[in-house]
Ligand binder design. Structure first.
Ligand SMILES: [Zn+2]
Length: 245
């Protein structure tokens, strides 16, 4: 579907940096965002404004007062409402040209498989490794690129996974025990903002096939010391999720 007059004007400034074809690729894409918390708020808002064709969001959470230092999709009047419902309503307002589909369900193997299969890019906006590894496996199984982001306190990390070509999330843990963090993770408001936006950049680059990606690289950010470090990571041939083929 080509861009119409409204879209050519609305996205005019970014068309000066992109090509019209790139913007059309965004328009013809579906992105799945798993999680509508601090990361998911920023990611979904920007992708909506930038003109992704269809955005699908999955989150079974309810807005709580202690979310409101960082989950910028929500405000006091949304407390006790499903995040997915509020997100859907607000995002549609931000850009009527974007199709928004939200599921107030916990992401798992059952509902996740279909959603991953229908996406062009999948975004990890989760806060726990258990669900993250389910998401990773589904992306490998269906051959879908996955943009991973995680935050804690002043720290965050991002990597991008191309199934069976680059290291997957599970490759990082082969032979190691996954230690899940304590139940309540400390998060400063700005940390998911910065990490979420880097995930947006990776997603747009993937969809438009431009620029360099964080593939086989883990970007580690320490906002306390303002240190941004990239470490090389490798696919593990013994990885039970992506290895062997
Ligand atoms: Zn792997």
């Amino acid at each position: 579907m080509p861009l119409d007059a409204y879209e050519l004007e609305r996205y005019g400034r970014q068309l000066l940096a992109f090509s019209v074809e790139s913007q059309e690729r965004l328009k013809n894409s579906t992105v799945l965002i798993v999680g509508a918390g601090g990361l998911g708020s920023v990611i979904s808002i920007y992708l909506t404004y930038m003109g992704i064709g269809k955005i699908v969001i999955v989150d079974d959470g309810i807005v709580e007062l202690n979310n409101l230092n960082r989950q910028i999709l929500y405000s006091d009047k949304d407390i006790n409402e499903y995040k997915a419902v509020v997100a859907c309503r607000k995002l549609k307002e931000f850009n009527p040209r974007v199709t928004i589909e939200c599921y107030k369900e916990k992401f798992d193997e059952n509902n996740g498989s279909k959603l991953v299969r229908e996406a062009d890019v999948v975004i990890d906006a989760l806060d726990n490794w258990r669900t993250r590894l389910i998401l990773n496996s589904l992306c490998i199984r269906h051959g879908k690129p996955l943009v991973h982001g995680g935050v804690e306190g002043w720290y965050g990390q991002v990597t991008t996974i191309i199934p069976r070509q680059t290291a997957c999330l599970n490759c990082l843990f082969v032979g190691r025990k996954i230690v899940e963090r304590r139940n309540i993770i400390p998060v400063i408001g700005f940390t998911p903002g910065i990490i979420g936006l880097i995930e947006v950049v990776e997603t747009v680059k993937l969809l438009t096939q431009t620029g360099e990606l964080l593939t086989n690289k883990l970007l580690l950010i320490n906002l306390y010391t303002m240190e941004f470090r990239t470490v090389n990571i490798e696919r593990n041939p013994k990885c039970p999720v992506c290895g062997g083929t």
